[in-house]
Design a protein around this ligand. Structure first.
Ligand code: ZN
Length: 654
């Protein structure tokens, strides 16, 4: 097998990546078939999000694609380059606004060029309609922001998202306040999550997203494929999950959605799991309407074995930590973190994706039935692998020896660091009796993250991990020490604007640990900051002693937590975790900008192909990774689309 390319093309502020679905080949035919139907159900929802993100998005996408694929008259010029980049951005954002910043894209081609090419590509559109479309694309005052959260204006009227038509913010708020008041106060459904709120003849009403309502064509296809998948579900409860979801899609009933969520949360046994539904509410300025998304995934058995090994040895780790005995738990229970592999991403998880899932969103369902919290291991892995080719390591590592260690062990120790942090670190130690868990106030989360990180760092260098078969040798842990020091002292600063302090708890924690260790190891020259050609590097001289420093700080941080020592928490965080040396900061930012790394990343999906026998039964499912970004987008638009204006409601009173 050839090498797998984690990085694909780059355009605008985007770097496209690929993720690998290791282990798919080893699934049974039944499991592969289940995934196959679920990923079809996932891809059929793509157009819903385009329409939710803006009234004209699908129509614009179709026009752009007609020009993009028109081979008759695309002479290479600046306009064409700008046009191709714009099209790629629209695909990436599922619309004409930036996926993260929400501002409308500025096209890198002229209106005249566009109109000329619309005609050349023989797009069936009247002049008046084309004028409207041009206004939407080229006029900076039209549909400026997808989601506007600025104070003092009507957020519904000033947001370009397509969740409200003809209603004001006040009207929408009053409409849902009334619904809430009428409903069950203890078990409220998520009012408004699956409908467009419209004003028709002076009356405000919901246009529900169901198989018979708005997005009916897409939801019907989704339901069709969910039904096909149902036969191959892994257990009876999973079939019940699918049945409830279908009921919700067919009726639009919000109670059915809560019931579905509860069944889904309880269904933890199957290897394969999926999300398919109206889930994320960030796209609505009022936070009520949910964007459609889907992910199909299966448990990462190898990673889960790793976390199970750690949690079954949790007591040994607790007993042997450098923390004072009175702050240790007599009986500790490790958490077996769940790691999953994404098999397909769609809707609001595609191409830009979260790397963890924590659902459902309903507060009362979470409180009474819990939630599923998982990390998506193969996406994290793709980020890490792609970062390797970015030049970061070569730019910031002290020398060849450090680069060699990082390249050899970096991935392994990163994963293990996360496991130790999550499975054991956060769960270790105890508060003294009578100590309030909130005593450290604003410094609490930084101290807590530092505690979990130090627990991980201390044990990464322990022979126990080699004994448990989690690390190969006594060299490996050095990768995590180099990584921790480089990141805490230097590289994490690239995420902060000049003049700002470090605010985020995980970042404060990393700075705290690294700067504290640097200072306290000075007398024995444990490590140092070295200047070379005007560049700053971290050089670790004594790894063993650095481990002892981590142990000392862990003991102190645990004491602060156990006794609720607010003053000392404050002193440590403020002294080591907050401020940035402006000279070092600008040096780091300059070195980083020269690497030309795209700030946003997204994923190209793998392609699943089913082989069928003459009766139409699936006999095998193959996975392939070679599809290009534009190839994939064009294929999805062709295969998983219904004609615009035909099935999707096009109420134009916005
Ligand atoms: Zn944590």
């Amino acid at each position: 097998m050839g090498t797998f390319n984690y990085s694909d093309e780059k355009f605008a502020d985007i770097q496209m990546l690929r993720y690998k679905v290791d282990g798919f080949e080893n699934l049974t035919l039944k499991q592969k078939t289940f995934i196959y139907h679920l990923q079809e159900a996932a891809l059929w929802g793509r157009d819903i999000l385009f329409d939710q993100n803006g009234l004209y998005n699908l129509e614009i996408r179709n026009i752009l694609e007609a020009i993009y694929t028109d081979e008759t008259g695309n002479e290479s010029d600046k306009n064409l380059d700008g046009f191709r980049e714009y099209t790629k951005r629209v695909w990436f954002s599922n619309g004409i606004h930036h996926h993260y910043g929400c501002e409308k894209f500025v096209p890198g081609f002229t209106k005249e060029w566009f109109v000329e090419h619309v005609k050349k590509a023989k797009v069936a559109i009247g002049d008046e309609r084309l004028n409207t479309i041009c206004d939407v694309i080229f006029n900076p005052d039209v549909m400026q922001k997808r989601v506007n959260l600025a104070e003092g204006v009507d957020l519904v009227k000033t947001s370009a998202c397509n969740y409200y038509q003809g209603v004001t913010q006040a009207e929408a708020e009053a409409f849902y306040a009334e619904q809430k008041q009428k409903g069950d106060p203890l078990h409220p459904v998520m009012y408004g999550m699956n409908s467009t709120l419209i004003k028709k003849g002076g009356e405000i009403m919901e246009e529900r997203w169901t198989t018979k309502g708005k997005y009916g064509a897409q939801l019907t296809k989704i339901v069709e494929n969910l039904r096909l998948a149902r036969t191959y579900a892994e257990d009876a409860q999973q079939q019940a999950v699918i049945d409830k979801l279908i009921e919700h899609y067919e009726t639009g009933d919000l109670k059915a959605f809560d019931e579905y969520s509860i069944l889904w949360v309880d269904n933890t046994e199957p290897l394969i799991d999926f999300v398919n539904g109206f889930i994320e509410c960030y796209g609505d300025p009022l936070g009520l309407k949910c964007s459609w998304e889907s992910i199909v995934n299966f448990k990462d058995l190898e990673a889960t074995k790793r976390t199970e090994t750690l949690s079954s040895n949790a007591q040994w780790f607790e007993d042997n930590s450098p923390v004072a005995p009175e702050f240790k738990k007599e009986k500790v229970k490790g958490i077996s973190a769940k790691v999953i592999k994404a098999a397909i991403l769609s809707g609001d998880l595609y191409p830009a994706s979260a790397i963890g899932i924590n659902l459902p969103n309903s507060d009362w369902v979470r409180a009474e039935h819990g939630s599923k919290s998982v990390t998506i291991g193969n996406l994290t892995d793709a980020y890490n692998k792609a970062a390797k080719g970015s030049g970061m390591l070569q730019e910031f590592a002290y020398g060849e020896e450090e680069i060699g260690i990082m390249e050899k062990y970096g991935d392994l120790t990163d994963d293990l660091h996360t496991d130790l942090h999550e499975c054991l670190g956060h769960g270790s130690g105890k508060l003294l009796e009578g100590i309030d868990g909130d005593s450290l106030k604003a410094y609490g989360s930084t101290i807590e993250e530092a505690r979990a990180d130090l627990f991980a760092l201390y044990y990464l260098a322990d022979d126990k991990l080699i004994e448990l078969g989690l690390l190969p040798d006594k060299e490996a842990y050095k990768a995590s020490y180099i990584g921790q020091m480089q990141n805490g002292l230097l590289t994490q600063l690239v995420r902060i604007k000049p003049g700002d302090n470090i605010e985020e708890a995980h970042m404060r924690n990393r700075a705290l640990i690294a700067r504290w260790a640097l200072e306290h190891g000075k007398a024995e020259n444990v490590m140092e900051l070295v200047q070379r050609d005007g560049k700053t590097y971290v050089k670790i001289n004594d790894y063993e002693k650095l481990r002892n420093l981590f142990g000392d700080l862990l003991a102190e941080i645990q004491r602060i937590k156990s006794t609720g020592d607010y003053e000392e928490a404050k002193r440590l965080v403020e002294t080591y975790g907050v401020k940035i040396d402006p000279e070092l900061h600008s040096e780091i930012l300059e070195r980083y900008s020269k690497l030309n790394i795209a700030p946003y990343k997204g994923f190209i999906n793998p392609v699943y192909t089913a082989t069928k026998d003459c009766d139409g039964n699936i006999t095998d499912v193959q996975i392939a990774y070679g599809e290009g970004y534009d190839e994939q987008m064009l294929r999805y638009s062709k295969k998983y689309s219904v004609a615009v204006g035909q099935e999707i409601s096009t109420d134009k009173n916005k």
